[in-house]
Design a protein around this ligand. Structure first.
Ligand SMILES: Cc1cc2nc3c(=O)[nH]c(=O)nc-3n(C[C@H](O)[C@H](O)[C@H](O)COP(=O)(O)O)c2cc1C
Length: 339
């Protein structure tokens, strides 16, 4: 399948909830939560995308011609590209019932693995939507990272044990889901987490723990203190609070605080290979992409996911050639142009 076919197929399926816009920027879907948009006026989602667009890469081709290496090694595993699929949950409600949290993750985990990368899977009120993806990850040689909600520690510990039993690569917790009242209404409340509580979880497992939803240097230092292996600089795609800063704006200060001590992921508005390179140049080790991977899965299933990943992988390689980067280590802040 060609990428444009995947998109037009997705457009015909998703028409009510997601317009599959040329630039997935949060404008057409603003305020649609449930749905695919950002909360409130959608300003956090929109700002994520605007600020990624406003970050420019600049040309630097006067370097020796050598192979361009797009690979990254994280948590002992080598990946072909430094980007991954972000966890997306409640698919039937947010997108369309043609995929649910199980069938979606079947496509996502397999498609990412075929492309040499990894999918993060989600969690929710129903245990089957956590356990099902765990089995899918296990069937894919453990290449995948489940993301648990900030439940009380007893429930979180139970879910950590389940992840360990399925041989996953890493385990994330979206700590920025603390305010999701819908989960409390479903009888499964989520909470703010203290450093002590997080430390109990991190200390309990040999799995690398990634805290998703960190937006300040102070938050990143707390993650470090708690024993996390990584963080995702994220505002949950703008879905948990209106008027947050964009993730790419807060990245440099966070990188200054914890680069080399924690693996730094970022997400929010990254769409192309050029966008990935901008994030790496400003201090991220890898990028998660949410909505465009969901569109790829709806429009083309496993193949759609693989085709989208290959497409941005190729864009990344070309952007690296144009900015004089032989490997990801060459993606330094000077690759971004400043006014
Ligand atoms: C419909 C939808 C559902 C989501 N569900 C989850 C989830 O269950 N767990 C989670 O950690 N993040 C969830 N996210 C947030 C994404 O993982 C990611 O942080 C965000 O989509 C990144 O922004 P982008 O879509 O602009 O790339 C969801 C996002 C969307 C759009």
């Amino acid at each position: 399948m060609k990428y444009q076919e995947i998109r037009s197929q997705a457009r015909s399926i998703l028409k009510e909830k997601c317009k599959v816009c040329e630039d997935c920027n949060g404008i057409a879907c603003r305020g649609q939560v449930p749905g695919v948009g950002g909360k409130g006026l959608g300003s956090s989602f929109i700002r994520n995308r605007v600020m990624v667009r406003e970050t420019s890469l600049n040309l630097d081709t006067l370097v020796p011609a050598t192979e361009t290496d797009t690979s990254v090694t994280l948590f002992g595993k080598k990946f072909r590209f430094p980007f991954f699929a972000a966890p997306i949950g409640a698919l039937e409600i947010n997108y369309h019932p043609s995929l649910n949290d199980l069938t979606y993750n079947e496509h996502m985990v397999a498609g990412c693995r075929e492309a040499g990368i990894m999918a993060f899977t989600g969690d929710g009120a129903k245990m089957e939507y956590y356990e099902g993806p765990l089995k899918i990850i296990q069937d894919n040689e453990g290449v995948g990272a489940p993301t648990i909600k900030p439940w009380d520690n007893a429930m979180a510990l139970q879910k950590i044990r389940m992840a360990e039993a399925h041989g996953v690569t890493a385990l994330a917790m979206d700590v920025d889901a603390a305010g999701l009242v819908l989960l409390a209404m479903a009888g499964t409340p989520v909470y703010n987490k203290s450093v002590e509580e997080l430390k109990e979880l991190c200390d309990s497992t040999a799995l690398p723990m990634i805290l998703k939803g960190i937006m300040t240097p102070a938050g990143a230092l707390k993650a470090l203190e708690a024993g996390a292996a990584g963080i995702v600089v994220s505002n949950h795609g703008g879905r948990v609070m209106d008027d947050a800063p964009s993730t790419i704006e807060v990245l440099p200060a966070i990188a200054e605080a914890v680069k080399g001590k924690l693996t730094i992921f970022i997400d929010g508005g990254f769409r192309s290979g050029e966008d990935i390179l901008k994030a790496l140049a400003l201090g991220a080790d890898a990028v998660l992409i949410g909505r465009p991977f969901a569109v790829a899965a709806y429009g083309g299933g496993t193949e759609g996911v693989r085709v989208y990943a290959e497409k941005i992988g190729q864009e990344l390689k070309e952007a690296m050639i144009m900015t004089g980067c032989h490997s990801l280590a060459d993606a330094t802040p000077d690759k971004c142009w400043k006014r």
